[in-house]
Ligand binder design. Structure first.
Ligand code: NAG
Ligand code: NAG
Ligand code: NAG
Ligand code: NAG
Ligand code: NAG
Length: 942
């Protein structure tokens, strides 16, 4: 069972986490290598198709080097994040499903293990099709685990196979001959003689078997004569037939085959990724990997569309146009554009596009609607945006009204914490002209109503900017600044009561475009540069600032570049927020992780708040500095001065495990300090998000897919280490799906209590819909809250498991000796099977000719392909994909007298070749979808 390849995700102690020569490979490394490799090949294919140059990064690949060779250097952070998400979800399987044999291909669970993989592939493809890339990554990680385990835990390698089993990722074919439950597969063995403990007849007949695994000898269910996993933890290997067959590491039972198994697992991972890539297409595949054109960031608006908002919407139109006009085509252009409108009672839908022109049109056609202007569904709109925006986004919410749905406040905070998203509020008041007195009186939302927005801004590290409608255009420059890539937080703090206070931040030589944002009323501040130059924030004389702008409660300074420690002195009678940002590629990513208390050691990323008052662990990735190190990681109280400094343990290059003795009970931020190897750069960064810990723990798992129209149950457990009592339970989801759950649970201190959320999706819900279910538990009096944020994929049952087929209609190839003198023509008909869902896409995989595709005018389910290429380019390969993502390839050649299409990734054979006359075909041709590849008229490979 278990833990293929390595029991520890992060071996602490002597092993470290590097890919050292002679060191065993684990799931983490196998997955990362395959992801990097496939991504490089996709980028290369796109570069070739675009006729642009491509340079392979040097080996071993890193996320940063691959992002650069993909011509998307600004995506290196989101690429790293995608890799981390896939690998953490892979490793999580060992922690969450340690003893479920199906997830590890133990106990001859071949059918069950394969089902997890093939269903998961369908879910990944469906999520990609709906552009729900984060859901795709998580599922991908989960199914790569059993895929990789197959090669370590089964006898595939011992059977003499040199290639991965292609049927492991296909629904329409058999995995192979599986040993009967009653058939003996192993003999007793000891020491070296265990290399040959699998019975000869099993090997000779090519029959699949795998090891049994159990951690408790008495409940071992190993049938007579079956193989065991082996190793010290596995108790079944101590009963006859003794010994094991796993290849998890060099010192495993079949450790002499570890390299073979690990290499085969890497190849199998690449094969699965190729299938996902084929179904998605190259650019969407890269998006799944976090690589996109532009800054890698999203421009995300959540906008109140009630009548009084017309001025605000005009300001949004202006700033959107300005951003798009000045950044289109540059590395600073947002990679995604998102809009969520809301009013009352409606909110949504979420509109997401990568196309600046489309977004401009969407924004320009936004109009206000009538209706009451009292209270709006602002938090529902925000919840939708938080569920749909990429992690680490900046969201801007525009409103002039209180939230009607304040009950969603904790849900919104949960999503903010889990996605590390920054939410900025642009709260406007209108100047109402009182006709009697001819005086303007601002119509403003009350302080208590504004407080909800201020709290959410503060939790997310965003700003609550309160201005009049006429001042709004002056405040929107912050939106443009937020879309810049490589923006990092140097300092973020807030104070609720106004006292005099000093704050320090460190500027290293890589940081440029320093900005200070302050919100708060009636405050005065002073900036002191590293050289000791001091200026009041309002004093623009001298060279300390290039800009100082103040509008409403918002103040914005641009500081000159000076390396060293800066100081801000703040005096205020009111609450205020201070945020210092800069641009640099040196940045960090982190997750709270939990050490497994199961039979296997490892770390699992949390979907909840970490535990308050006890020790805790963070996994930190340093970005933008190959040879750098972290010297300190601290949890710093957001509204105070208390700091808890952790112990930093370096892992694989750029990764650090940080253990803190006690997670604070107060709200905190994460601050890191570090330096490059030569100590010429000493840097400090901070998380923008504020985090909270909790004495309540909540656990739930949902690795299944949700089938529309059927009941989906999620069971969860809640426990508190604080005082017991009646806890309020709330379950919300971003899809407005009907749900049932207990509204309260009675908890005793230290004792787990169970509950269930029942969820039903309407029958018409499309496959690939991403459901984010938040389950919250609130202590009596709201004194403590925790939540779990789950992601569930919707998948309608699929009956089409076969890719489309190609039929050659005609081939005209009369090529002369000198191949440069002529061209050849081919026409092909592509259809999905009778029970298929139709052809989604036909693309040219190989060949430098011109391909044209069109739909058969009489039958929209038939795609006609015509191809013309130089005689010097005799081979062509089509990739054909149907609507549920079954991928096939067809090969044609001008050189073979009779060409036969073969499908490389399918076992389908094509026996029928229809030949229609060219005359008929030409009638059908249209110029829909011309793919022009740069056609050098030379023989390929010469
Ligand atoms: C790298 O990816 C390419 C294309 O997907 C594949 O052909 C090759 O086998 C992969 N290499 C490894 C070592 O997995
Ligand atoms: C193992 O996981 C599979 C897939 O989720 C599930 O169907 C099965 O019930 C689980 N088996 C056990 C023993 O929990
Ligand atoms: C964390 O606390 C637990 C429980 O008190 C303890 O068993 C464990 O050893 C501690 N871990 C570290 C790294 O200090
Ligand atoms: C969920 O559905 C099951 C099966 O219908 C039912 O027994 C259970 O009571 C439901 N739970 C809730 C919280 O509604
Ligand atoms: C494609 O085939 C399906 C099922 O046979 C049919 O329902 C659909 O109308 C066809 N589509 C077109 C565009 O002809």
């Amino acid at each position: 069972m278990l833990v293929a390849f390595c029991l520890l995700l992060f071996h602490t102690g002597t092993y470290g986490f590097g890919i050292l020569p002679g060191k065993s490979l684990n799931h983490f490394e196998i997955t990362e290598n395959a992801l990097l490799n496939t991504t490089v090949h996709v980028c290369r294919a796109l570069a070739l198709a675009d006729g642009t140059a491509f340079t392979f990064p040097s080996q071993p690949y890193t996320a940063e080097a691959v992002a650069v060779s993909c011509n998307a250097p600004k995506s290196s952070k989101s690429f790293q994040q995608a890799i981390t998400s896939v690998t953490l979800h892979n490793v999580r399987v060992d922690l969450r499903h340690a003893l479920n044999a199906s997830f590890h291909f133990d106990e001859e669970m071949f059918v069950q293990g394969k089902k997890i993989i093939t269903e998961g592939i369908q879910a990944v493809k469906a999520s990609n099709k709906q552009e729900n890339f984060e859901a795709a990554r998580e599922k991908l990680g989960e199914i790569l685990h059993p895929l990789q385990d197959f090669y370590s835990h089964s006898n595939w390698v011992e059977l003499g196979n040199k290639q991965p089993n292609p049927n492991l990722i296909r629904s329409d074919s058999s995995i192979g001959k599986i040993a009967d439950k009653s058939r003996a597969t192993c003999r007793n063995c000891n020491g070296d003689d265990c290399r040959n403990n699998i019975l000869e007849d099993i090997i000779n007949e090519g029959i699949l078997t795998s090891g049994y695994f159990g951690i408790v000898p008495v409940v071992s269910t190993k049938p007579k004569g079956k193989c065991s996993h082996g190793g010290a933890v596995d108790q079944t290997s101590k009963i006859e037939p003794k010994g094991g067959i796993n290849k998890d590491s060099f010192d495993a039972s079949h450790g002499h085959l570890h390299s073979k198994a690990a290499n085969m697992a890497t190849a199998a991972t690449s094969q699965l990724l190729e299938d996902i890539r084929g179904a998605a297409g190259d650019r969407p595949f890269l998006q799944m990997m976090g690589i996109s054109k532009g800054s890698g960031k999203a421009l995300c608006f959540v906008i109140d569309t009630t009548k009084s908002m017309s001025d605000d919407i005009e300001a949004v139109k202006a700033v959107t146009s300005s951003i798009i006009d000045s950044e289109a085509g540059t590395d600073d252009e947002p990679s995604f554009y998102i809009l969520v409108p809301f009013n009352d009672p409606d909110f949504g839908p979420l509109i997401k596009t990568t196309d600046a022109k489309v977004f401009k049109n969407v924004i320009n056609s936004l109009s206000v609607i009538g209706g009451g202007d009292e209270q709006e569904q602002s938090l529902s709109g925000l919840q939708l945006a938080l569920s749909g925006a990429p992690v680490n986004s900046d969201i801007f919410l525009f409103t002039d009204a209180p939230a009607k749905d304040k009950v969603l406040k904790n849900t919104v905070i949960a999503l903010i914490e889990r996605t590390q998203t920054v939410v900025n509020f642009m709260i406007t008041s209108s100047n109402v002209v009182n006709s009697r007195r001819r005086r303007e009186t601002p119509k403003k939302i009350s302080a208590s109503d504004a407080q909800v927005y201020r709290d959410l801004a503060q939790a997310s590290g965003g700003l609550a900017i309160e201005v009049t409608k006429s001042e709004l255009p002056l405040a929107t420059s912050i939106i443009q600044e937020s879309t810049t890539s490589s923006l990092v937080t140097l300092l973020l703090t807030s104070r609720n009561s106004g006292n005099a206070d000093k704050f320090f931040f460190l500027v290293d030589k890589t940081v440029s475009n320093l900005r200070v944002y302050i919100t708060g009323l009636g405050l005065s501040c002073t900036v002191i540069s590293p050289k000791g130059e001091s200026k009041a924030c309002t004093d623009t004389s001298g060279s300390l600032f290039t800009t100082s702008q103040s509008v409403g409660n918002f103040q914005n300074l641009k500081l000159k570049k000076e390396v060293g420690q800066w100081e801000m002195r703040m005096t205020s009678a009111n609450p205020f927020t201070l945020k210092v940002m800069g641009e640099t590629t040196i940045d960090f990513l982190f997750d709270f992780v939990e050490e497994s208390d199961g039979p296997f050691k490892g770390f699992d990323a949390l979907d909840t708040r970490p535990k308050a008052g006890v020790n805790g662990t963070l996994l930190v990735t340093l970005l933008g500095l190959d040879t750098g190190t972290l010297t300190e990681v601290a949890l710093v109280e957001s509204a105070g001065t208390k700091e808890i400094v952790g112990v930093v343990e370096p892992q694989e290059t750029g990764k650090f495990l940080v253990r803190v003795e006690q997670i604070p009970s107060e709200e905190f931020v994460v601050r890191v300090k570090g330096q490059d190897s030569a100590s010429t750069i000493v840097f400090q960064r901070q998380s923008p998000t504020n985090f909270r810990a909790s004495k309540v723990t909540i656990a739930a798992d949902s690795n299944d897919v949700l089938v529309p129209g059927t009941l989906f149950s999620v069971s969860f457990t809640v426990k508190t280490d604080g005082p017991g009592g009646t806890f309020t339970i709330k379950a919300t989801n971003n899809q407005k799906f009907h749900s049932e759950f207990p509204t309260s649970l009675l908890l005793e201190t230290g004792k787990s209590t169970e509950g269930t959320v029942n969820l039903t999706a309407p029958l018409n819900t499309p496959s690939g819909t991403d459901v984010r279910l938040t389950i919250e538990a609130e202590a009596p009096g709201g004194l403590d809250t925790n939540y779990i944020v789950l992601r569930i994929s919707v998948l309608n049952p699929i009956t089409d498991f076969t890719p489309p087929v190609c039929q050659q209609l005609s081939l005209e190839a009369d090529c002369p000796k000198d191949c440069t003198l002529d061209t050849w023509d081919l026409s092909v008909r592509v259809t999905d099977r009778d029970d298929g869902m139709g052809v989604e896409r036909v693309s040219l995989k190989q060949g430098s000719g011109v391909m044209t595709t069109s739909l058969d005018p009489d039958n929209g389910n038939i795609t006609l392909v015509s191809y013309n290429a130089s005689c010097c380019s005799p081979n062509m390969e089509l990739q054909v994909v149907d609507r549920v993502g079954n991928v096939g390839t067809c090969f044609f050649s001008s050189e073979e007298g009779v060409t036969s299409p073969v499908s490389m990734s399918t076992k389908v054979t094509y026996s029928v070749f229809l030949c229609l006359t060219m005359v008929l075909l030409e009638m059908y041709m249209s110029t829909v979808g011309v793919i022009q590849l740069s056609p050098p008229p030379t023989r390929e490979g010469v």
